[in-house]
Design a protein. Structure first.
Ligand code: NAD
Length: 248
């Protein structure tokens, strides 16, 4: 494909936060964008096809992707978290977080790959917590570590089919949810700034622009890589990042 050709791209979890920024950015580039989320957002982007769905539902994901036809790109933003000390973490919560973040990523990537008959690019969303430990996030961190490992395997397995697979590890991102947390807790906002070499949170659009680059021809020989969009957290002192008061 040339850069001028419109791509068909599916974004999971595109109703809010990073996923919504991906939807907006890709649509603005002229891509045909499909968004699947448990919710249909109140504010939608013109031209984007919104579908209500669950990334853990095998039959639903199959039906969705079969309905789209040939795919060129996938960004897997659907994710949930759960904060709990490991000793009191219910196995049902552990499973739920693994199901959405890891199993859902695998299911969508595998089903999408079958629809990438002209080659394609898959971007998974990992986390800074794929790279270091922080208290109370055992399930989330295990899932995100799994996303990183999965990304490498799929990249190697599908390279010969012209399908690239890369991940993004965001640091702290100023999503609506995060903005609310920080407004209520200015001390926490200050902690984040202090432990981020770049001195601020990432904007969702900065993650989206990185995803757009990974989907495009400019990154045509990049596969199996993880790009941190974290203002330098992972390049710095990870112990400092992991143990600061308040967890992530
Ligand atoms: N915000 C951050 O600081 C940050 C940092 C690192 C990684 N991440 C990761 O980025 C991704 C997006 O995070 P966000 O902050 O934008 O979160 P968000 O909660 O704003 O968006 C997640 C979206 O996923 C959807 N979703 C959840 N479960 C789903 C399911 N089973 N099926 C379909 N859709 C589902 C939600 O409805 C929501 O719209 C997540 O994987 C998250 O772990 C976020």
């Amino acid at each position: 494909m040339t850069a001028e050709q419109a791509r068909t791209v599916l974004v999971t979890g595109g109703a809010s936060g990073i996923g919504a920024a991906c939807v907006a950015s890709l649509a603005a580039r002229g891509d045909q964008v499909f968004c699947v989320d448990r919710e249909i957002p109140e504010r939608t982007v013109a031209g984007v096809e919104y579908r209500r769905g669950d990334v853990t539902d095998e039959a639903g994901v199959r039906e969705l992707i079969d309905g789209i036809g040939t795919l060129h790109g996938l960004v897997t933003c659907a994710g949930i978290t759960h904060r709990e000390p490991a000793l009191s973490l219910a196995m049902s919560d552990f499973q739920r977080v693994l199901d959405v973040n890891l199993r859902g990523t695998f299911l969508c990537a595998r089903t999408a790959a079958e629809a990438m008959t002209e080659g394609g690019s898959i971007v998974t969303i990992a986390s800074m917590l794929s790279h270091y430990g922080t208290p109370n996030l055992a399930a989330y961190s295990a899932a995100k570590g799994g996303v990183l490992a999965l990304t490498r395997v799929l990249a190697v397995e599908w390279a010969s089919a012209g399908i690239r697979v890369n991940s993004i590890s965001p640091g702290y991102v100023r999503t609506e949810f995060m903005a609310g947390v920080l407004e209520r807790n200015p001390e926490y906002a200050e902690q984040i700034r202090a432990r981020t070499p770049g001195g601020r949170l990432a904007e969702p659009e900065e993650v989206a622009e990185t995803a757009a680059w990974l989907l495009g021809t400019g990154s045509g020989f990049v596969t199996g890589q993880d790009i941190a969009v974290d203002g330098g957290i992972l390049a710095g002192d990870r112990r400092l990042a992991g143990v600061a008061k308040g967890g992530v």
